[in-house]
Design a protein around this ligand. Structure first.
Ligand SMILES: [Zn+2]
Ligand SMILES: [Zn+2]
Ligand SMILES: [Zn+2]
Length: 263
């Protein structure tokens, strides 16, 4: 596998289902109540007919459906009322002001979270030598792909392992809120751990394990954001043919490791 193929491979596996999540979290509610006193979170007007609800339960008029914009991290509808607005990052990703509060923009912050994530994984039996990991913070437009139909991605890893030397490069988007950053890192680190341990498993199964570990990272600090992010990982797990191997709500990383070694 040459460099470009490898790059494309991880990119594709990790990101192909991402854009669906935002749409799946939007719910259309039909209302027959003419005067229920509900107000739209975008224009503040009263809601008297069908309305939409985002993953957080924020409601808004159906007519904003075409123009409403959603945070790429938390999936909230971005408005002054709900998120105090938001920002377009240089690569055109929209991040709401709430997510922006913890967003990882500097290399120092990124390294701190990398260390915390490595420590968490290590406490759970996944030991990775940080000296052979190179972390790159990127904007989407800083990386060129030869295929132009994959516009949604948040991270990918280029594995480089030979007998004498390992050096794995993680590329991850700048500006992600810290919890999401850590979870995505854990997913990529899991690919590295599998490679370092010379474990050969089918790609789809590997992706399943990586997503379970990424999901687990959100349980470190449970809040509404983490549970919504876990739901979005569940959507990917649902589409994986190995989905039934573990219960989504009740598994440990230790069990996953045992399972991997059993293959
Ligand atoms: Zn992956
Ligand atoms: Zn409205
Ligand atoms: Zn957000």
């Amino acid at each position: 596998m040459n460099f470009l193929n490898l790059l494309y491979f991880f990119y594709y596996i990790d990101l192909k289902n991402y854009s669906k999540h935002i749409l799946l979290t939007l719910i259309l509610i039909s209302t027959v109540l003419a005067f229920n006193g509900k107000r739209c979170n975008i224009c503040y007007g009263e809601i008297e007919s069908d309305y939409l609800k985002d993953a957080w339960g924020n409601i808004f008029h159906k007519e904003h459906e075409k123009t409403a914009e959603f945070c790429e991290s938390c999936y909230r509808v971005v408005s002054v009322a709900i998120t105090d607005g938001g920002y377009y990052l240089p690569d055109n990703r929209l991040i709401c002001n709430l997510c922006y509060q913890s967003s990882v923009n500097s290399y120092d912050e990124a390294l701190k979270i990398l260390d915390m994530t490595l420590e968490y994984l290590s406490n759970n039996g996944i030991n990775i030598d940080s000296s052979y990991i190179k972390l790159n913070l990127i904007f989407k437009n800083e990386i060129r792909f030869d295929s132009n139909n994959h516009l949604n991605y948040k991270a990918f890893t280029i594995l480089n392992k030979s007998e004498s030397l390992s050096s794995h490069e993680i590329f991850i988007l700048k500006g992600l809120p810290s919890q999401e950053f850590s979870s995505i890192l854990a997913h990529e680190l899991m690919h590295i751990w599998i490679a370092e341990n010379n474990i050969k498993i089918e790609n789809e199964l590997e992706e399943y394990y990586c997503n379970l570990v990424a999901r687990d990272l959100y349980s470190v600090d449970m809040n509404l954001f983490s549970s919504i992010k876990q739901n979005s990982i569940d959507i990917q797990l649902d589409e994986n043919k190995y989905d039934s191997l573990f219960s989504k709500q009740n598994y440990t990383i230790t069990e996953i490791i045992k399972h991997i070694h059993g293959h």
